[in-house]
Structure formats: C-alpha cells, structure tokens
Design a protein around this ligand. Sequence first.
Ligand code: PLP
Length: 234
Amino acid sequence: MSQIAENLEKVQAQIAAALQKCGRKESEVELIAVSKTCAPEMVREAQEAGAEVFGESRVQEAKAKIGLLPNRIRWQFIGHLQKNKIRASLPLFELFHSMDSLALAQDMNRIAQEEGLHPRVLLEVNLAGEASKWGFSPSLLESQMEQLLQLERLQIQGLMVIPPIQENAEASRAYFVQLRELRDQLEQTANIGLPELSMGMSHDYPIAIEEGATLVRVGTAIFGSRVGKKWSPN
Ligand SMILES: *Cc1c(COP(=O)(O)O)cnc(C)c1O
C-alpha cells in the first residue's frame, strides 16, 4: 500500500472513532483531502485509495491540476479568494469554505448572476481576532448577516474557522465550541439553516468532530509535510 493510501486509511479510521465516541453517524462528516502544493499524481493516488473531495487554496494551481485529473473528482475552495479570481473559480469548485467579507460576497453574487450560477458558500469567522487571518469577527458577522442573506445567488450553508495554531490540539476545542454556538445563534436570529461547520485540520480534526464539525480539512496527515513542497504546471 502506498504511503498516501496508508495515511488516508488512518485518517478515515480516526474519523470513524471520533464519530463513534460522540454517537454521531458516519454520514455526518465529510473528509476534504487538502491537496494544495501536491502534484496531480498525489491527488490521483489519494483518489484511487478512496478520497472523493479535495481542497485547494489557490485558483490558478487548482485550475491547472483539475484539468489533469478525472472529472468525477469533487473540488472545494478553502483559501482566501481574490476578487479578480472569482469568475475563474466559480466553475471549478462545488463549495467555497472561505467567504471572508461582505465585499467579496457581493462581488461573487454579481458575477454568479452574470454566469447563471448559485455557488454554495460558508462564512469564515476569525474567532481569535488574529490580524494575520481573514474572516468576519463574530460581531461583524452578526451585523452583516442580513445583507449577506439578501445576496440571492449565494447559498450560504454554514461557517468555517481556522483557529490559532497551538501545540496542544485540545486548545482548539474552545474555538470549535464557539463556532458551533455562533452558528446556533445566527440560525435563531436570522431564522435560517446553517448546517455545515467546516472545522478541524490534521492536528485537531478528531476534536472538531466531537464538537460538531461536518467538514474536516486534512492535508498533512494524508499527503505529508508541505515544507518545501510546491506544484505548478510545466
Ligand atoms: C492548508 C489548510 C488546511 C490543511 O492543513 P493541515 O494542517 O495540513 O491538515 C486546512 N484548512 C485550510 C484553510 C488550509 O489552508
């Protein structure tokens, strides 16, 4: 068995164990294999080993990679989307995890209208107020939710967080709880459904699952370290 196949099997087993621990069903969590910086052959290896959905964070890299791989692979966008890349990104991805400002949402709404599309998006929340990270602060999200919901072309389906990086994975738990509670509150005040919670990465996805994650974004634990790794066409 290849290293990637072996890693994938381990991750799937840990997901199953975390689900069992908290009494959730297997169908409630989807694994996004984060393939940014990975060559297409690595994606193919993971796909042949059973991964179905892949996450990318750069539109140009993803576009080139997607063109080299089978059509049945599903792709989701997890990075910061630049405005001038919206149009190119829309046909590539089935879900955008990282809608991080009202201005970007308005631009995507307009372009989706022009293209006749209804993109599915998650709203990225910057829970720790980190200057280095994108996303809505909880208070900004609460105050802009009504405007976001008026963007008819966007299907807003949930929230996403990237907690501050910490040595101890348990330290992420408080952020996962906070994201779930913010979601519950927004559902109540706006009277909408926000079923998706995109949270958990290689070092903390079992904890995210215990706290209600529906999408976990796992790169390193499947593909190995990204240090010094880079892929571009030609
Ligand atoms: C790179 C990345 C991941 C994957 O991180 P790993 O620690 O390698 O699992 C998950 N989410 C986002 C938004 C990322 O940019």
